[in-house]
Design a protein around this ligand. Structure first.
Ligand code: ADP
Length: 264
């Protein structure tokens, strides 16, 4: 059994004492080197979960353990080093005037020595296929390239967990696929835990496990195939099973071998 890196124990959260609960009694674990997708329709609580994992918010009830440490005001800086986040809009994530400066920024804040920084910039940009853009101004990059740089900036800190919060939502299907392939390769190379947060069931195919959220609660947890099998129930909570999954199931029933491992 792999070690658990992220643990939610009976977590409940609301944005204010007068506000409704947006998460209610959520418990789940995410393990070392595991790829998990968290899916749910808009407003089901996914982004709140991401912010709780990264110590941007703290729960009113229950506890969150990251790499053996309970997340609180004292541990939050360690936790943020361990949990890297990439958000939907790449333009909101740039701080440097060149790609190189941008990747350096997070490391500067953490006091990484100069020589080590140069090495990490090179290594992480190479890992995401952006090494030739070192001196490029970020605004000259495509949406997909910007997200690669954002991923490199996070990887340079050596997190144990990488969270993609709707990080491919603004990209076209080709850009999405390229980013997911890059991230999968990096995950294997770095033994990262990868959490993909999405409202699009298409994105869960590459995950080992899927956590489905509905109205602030965990609705189900299973393999992509296990989740896709509940087509009608998913539709009732606003999620559409992708055509490729329906087709694969039909072919399987007819005894045709399926090439995509995740759908097997
Ligand atoms: P998702 O990521 O699944 O779309 P969110 O976690 O963003 O869901 O939101 C869950 C619920 O919390 C929604 O009802 C949303 O309106 C509410 N919410 C999110 N952010 C805030 C905030 N800053 N203040 C008050 N309510 C919020």
């Amino acid at each position: 059994m792999r070690n658990s890196i992220v643990e939610f124990r009976n977590v409940s959260f609301r944005y204010g004492a007068e506000e409704p609960w947006v998460l209610k009694d959520c418990s789940f674990s995410i393990h070392e080197n595991e790829a998990v997708a968290i899916i749910g329709h808009n407003g089901s609580g996914k982004s709140t979960i991401a912010k709780l994992m990264n110590g941007l918010l703290f729960p009113q009830e229950g506890e969150i353990i990251i790499n053996g440490q309970r997340v609180n005001e004292e541990t939050v800086w360690d936790v943020r080093k361990d949990v890297g986040m990439v958000f939907q809009n790449p333009d909101n994530q740039f701080v440097g005037t060149t790609v190189q400066d941008d990747v350096a920024f997070g490391m500067e804040n953490r006091g990484v020595p100069r020589d080590e920084m140069v090495k990490r910039i090179e290594d992480t940009l190479k890992a995401v296929g952006m090494q030739q853009y070192l001196m490029t101004e970020p605004h000259k990059l495509s949406g997909g390239q910007k997200q690669r740089v954002a991923i490199a900036s996070v990887l340079a800190i050596f997190p144990s967990v990488l969270i993609l919060d709707e990080a491919t939502a603004m990209l076209d299907p080709k850009g999405r696929k390229e980013i997911m392939n890059t991230v999968t390769a990096v995950q294997e190379q770095r033994h990262l835990s990868l959490i993909t947060i999405t409202h699009d069931l298409q994105e869960v195919v590459q995950a080992e496990r899927v956590i489905v959220m509905n109205e602030g609660k965990i609705w189900d947890e299973a393999t992509p195939r296990g989740i896709f099998a509940k087509k009608e129930e998913l539709q009732s909570i606003g999620l559409d099973v992708p055509f490729v999954a329906i087709l694969s199931e039909e072919l399987r029933k007819k005894g045709v071998p399926i090439a995509n491992e995740a759908l097997n």
